[in-house]
Design a protein around this ligand. Structure first.
Ligand SMILES: [Fe+2]
Length: 366
């Protein structure tokens, strides 16, 4: 007997639970949403009991519900509460000076100092505490975590926050130099490290596959999440590329703009300067332009550790430095919409600068 094709109405579907969002509501701090953040130093924060400081969640559209971010402020002379959790977290210091102490359930306490531009990861489920080292200046940091993914996966908050398992494979409490060791470089620009003292001045390596740029990709504290830093010269721009959701791009230096678009559709422009954060939505092409007077540098906190394979969809569908014509995720200069180059040249004209792409770009008229 032929079955009757019955279309299920939305009203018939039982309500789904989003454990992360429910938890987020219990925190009673602002939840910033949107396409990008103009300046993380200006995000409004409110007292956050869990942390013992002030905070705001940052849930940008492009995170695609696979990861999240938050801003946290530590008042002058203050410290946050001790905590641990079963999700990964990368911390970028936006403002202020201080220190963090990290330890396993038993074992030696490791303390390291940081300042604006420092980057580190909290080893998974390790205990930690952040301290403001100044009596007059507040600290502000920006964290990207995979709480959204992990909390919804287990949907049990006790398991996330009250779990005693010590991941000594990721963080051995007897490793004296865990946070002070110089990063170990693998191949051209892949680095294993647990602490980057200054993202503004760490040396980067040639990454000409993406245009005239340099890069360093970090494996931090054995996480599946990852970070990289990229820099590109004045009056140039990088090639467009696309990949999965959740790459939080934080502008460290320079001034310019980015174009973001889903294939074959209209481009969205984000003008940026230091402190801006944007997250390209999943499989949207994105392209970064330096139209300012200084070298542009950014930090991306994202999925896609070069060391620990995780999920293809969350990172990239193909090599992000191979042409889309060959199955990758990158648009070569000769294949881009000529309007993109015209827009860049006119942006430079307005500030009395000249396009520096020269022979690197087939459409360059300068
Ligand atoms: Fe990207």
């Amino acid at each position: 007997m032929a079955s009757k094709n019955v279309k299920m109405l939305d009203m018939d579907r039982p309500e789904r639970e989003d454990t992360y969002l429910k938890w987020q509501e219990t925190q009673r701090i602002p939840i910033l949403k949107g396409f990008f953040v103009e300046d993380i130093n200006k995000v409004e924060v409110a007292p956050w009991e869990l942390k013992g400081g002030l905070g705001s969640f940052v849930n940008l559209d492009g995170a695609g519900e696979v990861n999240d971010a938050y801003v946290c402020e530590i008042p002058p002379g203050g410290k946050l509460k001790t905590q641990k959790h079963l999700y990964e977290e990368m911390v970028f210091i936006a403002k202020g000076h201080g220190a963090t102490t990290v330890w396993q359930r038993e074992g030696k306490r490791h303390t390291f100092e940081w300042h604006p531009g420092s980057l580190f990861a909290i080893p998974l489920n390790a205990w930690y505490q952040h301290f403001n080292g100044s009596g007059t200046e507040s600290v502000r940091y920006f964290s990207v975590t995979n709480a959204r993914f992990i909390i919804n996966l287990f949907h049990n908050m006790d398991f996330i926050f009250e779990n005693d398992f010590a991941f000594t494979d990721r963080f051995d409490p007897n490793d004296e130099n865990y946070f002070s060791r110089v990063g170990k470089l693998h191949s051209r620009f892949f680095m294993s490290t647990n602490f980057v003292p200054d993202t503004h001045d760490i040396q980067l390596m040639d990454y000409r596959e993406r245009g005239q740029s340099t890069n360093m990709k970090f494996d931090l504290a054995g996480q599946t999440m990852a970070a990289h830093i990229s820099e590109f010269p004045v009056e140039t721009y990088k090639k467009a590329h696309r990949h999965g959701p959740g790459a939080h791009v934080i502008i460290l230096g320079g001034q310019g703009y980015s174009l973001l678009w889903p294939e074959g559709q209209q481009r969205t422009r984000v003008d940026w300067k230091p402190g801006c954060v944007m997250v390209p939505p999943t499989q949207w092409f994105h392209q970064h332009f330096n139209s300012g007077a200084k070298t542009a540098r950014y930090l991306a906190l994202r999925w896609g550790s070069w060391r620990y394979r995780f999920m293809r969809l969350a990172a990239e569908m193909g090599s992000t430095y191979t042409s889309v014509k060959e199955g990758g995720g990158q648009i070569e200069y000769q294949d881009e919409d000529p309007e993109i180059h015209r827009e860049f040249e006119s942006a430079l004209d307005k500030v009395g600068a000249t396009c520096g792409m020269g022979s690197a770009h087939p459409f360059c008229s300068k």
